[in-house]
Design a protein around this ligand. Sequence first.
Ligand code: TXA
Ligand code: MG
Length: 312
Amino acid sequence: MIVPLKIAVQRLKKGEVVAFPTETVYGLGAAALNPEAVKETFRIKGRPSDNPLIVHISSRKEVYELAAEIPDNFNILADSYWPGPITFVLKKKSIVPDIVTAGLDTVAVRMPDHQTAIELLRKSGPLTAPSANPSGKPSPTKASHVLSDYEGKIPVLDGGPTRIGVESTVIDLSGNIPGILRPGAISEEMIRNTLNREIQSYNPDNTQPAKSPGVKYTHYKPNASVHWLNKIPVKFNTGSLYVFHSAAELPEKENIINYRGNYTRMARELYDIFRLADRENFRHIYIENLEKFNSISILSALKNRIEKAIGI
Ligand code: TXA
Ligand code: MG
């Protein structure tokens, strides 16, 4: 059910789970310092307990309560990109329950750039919030996605469709060299330019040490199978959905979408397209290869989420 802010706050304070909007995707909120409430998010999502959660906050000073060490790189990046779609992994303080961090000695923190989320967080205190989808499914970018995934059983604070549409960049600042654990709207290049130093690129194969447990699980998968498309087909199959982004001449058909170079919109709508394909029983989704188009900041995140959906 959709709930107003006041009810959302009341429920969260009681240790219940409430979904809320952010600028990236909807999150499944729970009081971060209440282990029983956090446990409930793992149960509802069907999330493996070794996959830690992000703690969402409404002010910079809360970081001092959660993190044991605040590196300069954090201050520089937070000055530039917070509130916003970037999550920092820092050495944790013991106040953060083990269930939140899956027993790691680090905690992930993020201040979302979304007015409703900030209002909620101000009143409720820090909230853990994994994306509000059952584990393995595409993340929700609209309140209606959460309602349908959980058959209306989870209370949802509706903030309209999310602006960015893919999850935050996750960057590890707990070691000597900053390392990207998950690409997002704040790109590697932006971070490198801001810090003016080398950083470790995102590398899905780099599981030693297993820094971000989340990357080993399947993610963002619709029921339809997803494929890269290397050239415009001669014939379009009615059982398939086609997604293009370079401004090619294409037939006007219901199963053909063309973003015409608008990658921001493509990222915003990606999960909605996955969901639409499932609702309309498309068996395949063909997406024009993004290989040649790599200079726009959202592209590495977009490509990463599509590859996850393909199963690469
Ligand atoms: O945009 C987002 O980040 C959304 C919205 C709701 O804020 N949240 C989100 O949460 O995507 P989730 O749980 O779906 O993804 C969190 C990612 C996972 O890959 C997890 O492994 C990683 O962050 N993570 C969390 N805590 C970590 C830690 N202490 N060390 C390394 N990785 C961590
Ligand atoms: Mg997720």
